[in-house]
Design a protein around this ligand. Structure first.
Ligand code: NAP
Length: 265
């Protein structure tokens, strides 16, 4: 019987992960099955327990369960511990948790988009599971400065406190600041909204990256209007999936062909 994997979330019907992992499995010659699991908002642990009891080998975890997944695990990788959020579960006798969002973002920026991160001034928008997952990886990539801004400023402060070299702001306090890279890790784009950035934060000298994918967002539109280079999160989606595949299967699939086909779909 093929090894069983799935992505768990709520909602999860839109997830491209089954298609991406089927492509990786085909390219690597692995026999596996990868499906979607929608858990009720109060039923994450029960659905994971059932999947595990039925022989499931691993799960990707998406909104809104990454913090619950972190608490569910018996063992936690260093990068999941830094994030305090888990997006990859390895279901063995004991459950291990990892977080591949940070490496996924850094690989997309550096390998696919050609942005050398060392020495850059980076603004990270949002303080939810996605921002938690990438803050440590951005700092580890050698950026010069990390400012975390969030609508609820207290959450940005709590996140920044966990990382040496990070500072926190409310959006209004960003006026007059300059960045080389602005990463939107909020879910605002899913609701047709954008973080309320002061004029002058997005400029022709910066790259604007929205983790949301599959749609044009007001943040990306504002970035283009300001002359910034605007990039969506599809490459991060494929890169974080490739790292999860590596965690489960011990093989790192090639991402460029899959990203190309996904973009064409
Ligand atoms: P989350 O934990 O629910 O956090 C949501 C964040 O968005 C919070 O910081 C929240 O601010 C902010 N926010 C929501 N609506 C906003 C608005 N209208 N204006 C300003 N800020 C707003 O979600 P998450 O797990 O961090 O995910 C965030 C986004 O990243 C999602 O859209 C997800 O699909 C995307 N993502 C993409 C990838 C990828 O591979 N491309 C990977 C992970 C996540 P408050 O704290 O003030 O509520």
């Amino acid at each position: 019987m093929a090894d069983r994997y799935a992505v768990i979330g709520n909602p999860v019907a839109h997830s491209q992960s089954p298609w991406i992992h089927a492509e990786f499995a085909r390219a690597c010659g692995h026999d596996l099955e990868y499906t979607r699991l929608e858990a009720p908002l109060d039923g994450f642990a029960r659905v994971v327990d059932e999947f595990r009891a039925a022989g499931g080998k691993g799960l990707n975890v998406t909104l809104p369960f990454k913090q619950q997944a972190y608490r569910y695990c018996a063992h936690i990788s260093e990068r999941a511990a830094a994030a305090e959020a888990v997006n990859t579960l390895v279901l063995d006798d004991a459950v291990s948790g990892d977080n591949t969002d940070g490496v996924g973002l850094v690989r997309d920026l550096s390998s696919n988009l050609g942005l050398a991160l060392a020495g850059r001034r980076v603004l990270l928008l949002g303080a939810g599971g996605a921002a938690q997952g990438v803050a440590g990886a951005l700092l580890a990539a050698g950026i010069a400065r990390l400012v975390i801004a969030n609508r609820t400023v207290g959450k940005a402060q709590a996140l920044a406190q966990r990382f040496t070299g990070a500072a926190a702001r409310g959006y209004a306090a960003l006026a007059g600041e300059r960045f080389d890279l602005v990463v939107n890790a909020t879910s605002a784009g899913l609701h047709g909204e954008a973080p309320a950035l002061p004029a002058g934060v997005l400029t022709q000298h910066c790259m604007a990256y929205d983790m949301v994918y599959g749609r044009d967002t007001p943040f990306l539109a504002a970035a283009r209007a300001a002359g910034a280079r605007a990039c969506d999160g599809l490459g991060m989606l494929v890169e974080q999936a490739a790292e999860s595949f590596f965690v489960w299967r011990g093989v790192r699939p090639q991402t460029a062909p899959v990203l190309g086909r996904l973009r064409a779909r």
